[in-house]
Design a protein around this ligand. Structure first.
Ligand SMILES: Nc1ncnc2c1ncn2[C@@H]1O[C@H](COP(=O)(O)OP(=O)(O)OP(=O)(O)O)[C@@H](O)[C@H]1O
Ligand SMILES: [Mg+2]
Length: 504
């Protein structure tokens, strides 16, 4: 039996056809992976299903019955749940409180908290979620918080669960745990739709696969077991993507950037503790770590966005300090980890964002006057080079898909040809074709003798690109080594504070 049938769904944004007569169906009790390049229409299709966006044409059937879904509350009533990439939990409340908001069991005028805890704990145990219903959400890891989001959907009776890029922020161990949870849910008869750009994951978890390309359904309901990762990449991109990776030889030079004894406390709590690191010309230093171990603050210090309590920063062997604009001027480029809060001004156009921070350069402004034609030509060039999917360079960044927003930032930073690059999650949310492109550009920079610090939650990425790997845990670098010393699981263990690493 089909849990979801979407028929001939069409969605226009102005003159852009984001979904063109798309048919998509999901069976009861299956895990269905929805694939596609950045801007292909995946999130749009799921937003239509969840009632967040109206479609212009088409119909939706849930468990065989025609459904009018105009608002998420109607989707929830029909048993559809959606877990967004940005969690919407309240950190100071407990798991139970977060799960039951909006649907509290009542005892007279009072919320019956005790029976709520019992119900929630029962669900946690049934699906082997391994958390305590009474813990405050702020004490949970990212992976555990995600399970709370899933619980919330289940508590509201979801039997169709949509996950939009759920693994982007997880460690390999957490991904395994999430997949175990999804398999339990499937065994309980639930239908799961999962969007991911990590094709290995699709191959590992999905029963069937559907592929969108430029708003059209290219292949629908293929058996996942019959598709290799290479097949999937080919279907998505429409050309062969080289997923194998040959390591280029490396020629390292002088130390280009160095931080010694970095200490930083935020609101009185030490976040970075006597941290030291250095990166040489022609080298990529990868920093592996679970989110929340000081990476954010480290990136801020390395790019001049935050002043440390104490530290010595040396650029080309000389002491260096200043604010963010001084760092940029000195040739320290920055791909920020959070594209929405630090990377882009989303209401502004692509052309304004692609020169953001550099708009006073003579090439873009003469005697204080904006060189509009030059800016437009530059932005057009970048749009083509980075294959940013947008109607024109005047399109606001808010109208771009997640992966295309990321490409705008990367285009800006690479165009400046920095000597030192602080690259945080450079490929988060971008499709395989763009991952390949960005990885090659990072390696080109390295080969030109630039120094790169790569901070990424994607261990595949860290291990493939880095020449040296450092592990950050609890505000310290707890281990550092050449790139090929630790395998993925060993690295994962070091990242959780496990021992066994040798620093060489
Ligand atoms: N609110 C909007 N206004 C205008 N255009 C939009 C809007 N939302 C999405 N689009 C456009 O619709 C197309 C599909 O976007 P969508 O977000 O569904 O892509 P996606 O497949 O989820 O991509 P990604 O992998 O990058 O997340 C894109 O070209 C995007 O620019
Ligand atoms: Mg999307």
């Amino acid at each position: 039996m089909e849990a979801v049938q979407m028929r001939s769904i069409t969605k226009w944004f102005g003159s852009l056809c984001a979904l063109d007569h798309v048919d998509f169906s999901v069976r009861e009790g299956e895990i269905h992976s929805l694939l596609g390049e950045n801007g292909a229409g995946k999130s749009t299709l799921m937003n239509v299903l969840y009632g967040m966006l109206p479609c212009d044409e088409g119909e939706v059937l849930i468990h065989g019955k025609p459904a009018q879904i105009r608002h998420p509350s109607q989707a929830i009533e029909l048993g559809i749940g959606m877990v967004h990439q940005h969690f919407m939990l309240t950190p100071v409340m407990t798991v139970t409180e977060n799960v039951i908001v909006g649907g509290e069991p009542v005892n007279g005028p009072f919320v019956d908290y005790r029976s709520a805890v019992r119900q929630v704990q029962e669900m946690i145990d049934r699906y082997h979620f391994g958390i305590d219903a009474n813990t405050k959400v702020q004490n949970l890891s990212v992976g555990e918080q995600q399970r709370v989001e899933i619980l919330k959907a289940l508590y509201r009776g979801a039997n169709i669960l949509i996950l939009d890029e759920p693994t982007a922020v997880l460690t390999p161990q957490e991904v395994q745990e999430l997949f175990a949870v999804l398999r339990d849910l499937k065994a309980a008869g639930k239908s799961i739709i999962i969007i991911t750009h990590k094709l290995k994951e699709t191959a590992a978890i999905a029963d069937r696969v559907s592929v969108l390309r430029s708003g059209k359904m290219i292949d629908s309901g293929l058996e996942a077991s019959r598709c290799s990762v290479n097949d999937l990449a080919l279907m998505m991109v429409g050309r062969k993507v080289d997923l194998t990776f040959t390591r280029r030889s490396q020629c390292v030079g002088q130390v280009a950037f160095e931080v010694q004894n970095l200490n930083l406390a935020v609101k009185g709590v030490p976040v970075l503790k006597n941290l030291s690191l250095k990166v040489r010309k022609g080298q990529i230093l990868g920093i592996a770590g679970i989110e929340g171990n000081g990476q954010t603050e480290l990136i801020e210090v390395l790019t001049g966005l935050r002043r440390p309590d104490s530290a010595v920063i040396l650029k080309d062997g000389k002491p260096f300090s200043g604010n963010a604009s001084d760092f940029l001027t000195a040739g320290v480029g920055h791909i920020p980890e959070d594209r929405l809060s630090r990377g882009l001004v989303t209401p502004m156009s692509i052309e304004d964002n692609v020169i953001l921070g550099y708009h006073r350069r003579p090439r873009f402004a003469g005697k204080g006057i904006r060189r509009s034609a030059d800016i437009r030509a530059f932005a057009d060039e970048k749009l083509a080079e980075f294959q940013i999917k947008a109607e024109t360079v005047q399109t606001p960044c808010s109208a771009l898909s997640g992966g295309n927003q990321q490409k705008v930032i990367v285009a800006r930073v690479f165009s400046e040809d920095p000597d030192i690059l602080i690259a945080a999650q450079p490929t988060r949310g971008v499709d395989v074709g763009a991952q390949e492109f960005i990885h090659n550009r990072l390696l080109d920079l390295r080969d030109e003798g630039k120094a790169i610090v790569l901070i990424s939650a994607d261990l595949d990425e860290v291990r493939r690109l880095s020449d040296r790997v450092a592990v950050i845990y609890d505000g310290r670098i707890v281990a550092e080594n050449d790139h090929d010393v630790w395998d993925e699981m060993e690295l994962g263990l070091l990242m959780t504070g496990g021992k066994g690493g040798v620093t060489a």
